[in-house]
Design a protein around this ligand. Sequence first.
Ligand code: ARG
Length: 488
Amino acid sequence: MMMYRSRLGNNLHEITLDYVSSISEDVEIAFYDIVGSQAHTIMLYENKIITKNDAKKILLALESLKKEKFEKKSDVEDIHELIESLVIKKAGLASGGKMHTARSRNDQVSLDIRMKIRDDINVLCQCLLDTIEALVSLAKPHQTTVMPLYTHLQQAQVGFFSHYLLAYADALFRDLDRLYVTYGRVNQSPLGAGPVGGTSIPIDRQSTAKMLGFSGIVENSIDATSARDFVAEYVAAVAILMTNLSRIAEDFSIWSTLEFSFIELSDEFTSPSSVMPQKKNPDMLELTRGKTAEIIGNLTSILTTLKGLSTGYSRDLQQIKSSIWSTSKTAIGTLLVIKLMLMTITVNKSKMKKATESGYLIALDLAEKLVLNGIPFRTAHKVVGKLVQLANLSKKPISKITPSELRESIKGTSIDSKVLSNIIKSTSVNSSLRDRTSEGSSGISEQKRMIEQKMKKINAYREGTNNRDNQVKTTFEKLSKKVKEITK
Ligand code: ARG
């Protein structure tokens, strides 16, 4: 085909063509290239740059291409060349040859990528909301499921499983919000910027932007064609999201070990071993960690491509497209997997509870009770530390401390042994969770409040995401109608 080569003597060598062509990656943006071209054609006609007859022929050709399967065709450089050449073939050069008036592949490719990311963000927001809902739904029946909370993967304080799940609901809400806000910066039209400096032909950029559902245009034509910071921003947001999912995956895979046995993954979520018959491996969770590394790699590759690039389009930018597609695909898949994992796990409440009894999880609660009795925190910390040391020496819980050990622990302080003894007697894992009332804490009352609040938040974001989704859908329906009107 090779339409653009009049200045060049020979056609591309097949080896260079294969090297330069992005056609195999471009299948992902074929649809956007077609609707983008339709909007552009309508604008050219409405501004009397081409005739109705030209527009008709081009639009019909483009419409028929919607059904085309664009498999790897090796004799074109990209989807833009392929679609234009097919339009010329179908509509004839006299009309079809006018489609590429007042635009360039440089504004075109950025336009296509923006429409693709726009749709991907909407899908991701829906998937994120489903995963957050799965977290909150699982939190509901586990508001009284006691478990150890960890720092340094050492037992730290006693808490509830719901509290853990709600922590990731909050983290994923931030991921959701990042994508939600990024959408606004992605949803700007670069079309009509031309190769870099605009055009002398009297186009109307606002009208194409509107027809394609953008909230405005990327004003500066140099910026519109050069910039890919919106891509970096999108992939960065997804990389952060994946990092959060990867940490969930790590926790659940530790908790599914025989040693922990806090949870059991459903059979659909595990892989056997080819040799060890007993194995039930958490491969999906391991792949979540592994795929997260890949997405971080995508971000690194995109930023590295951009950082040294001179202003204006350079072909390096072609390389970042496949990173975008794989980022979206992987993140959507991971969200589906994590959601399903949450919906199908078995939680071993008694194992979790048991783990809270073996250690010294109520140590801080004891110290805080001393503080409430007027003892400086530093002194209380020291006394309880001593208690733990003595109890640990004879491998028993603090509740089994002897009167003489108790006296030893308060030596040199003004603490009354009766007071301390009463505090020890009245403090348990349960009392400690009842007393924890600070906002956002593991306290019993906080679980209910947070769950209710998260459910409201999910509904609000659902509405916003659905509205955006519908907006894009109606935009394309309207465009289709316009095409039908002109071509009838
Ligand atoms: N295939 C190219 C890409 O994906 C399209 C833009 C080509 N523009 C150019 N001036 N060579 O980036």
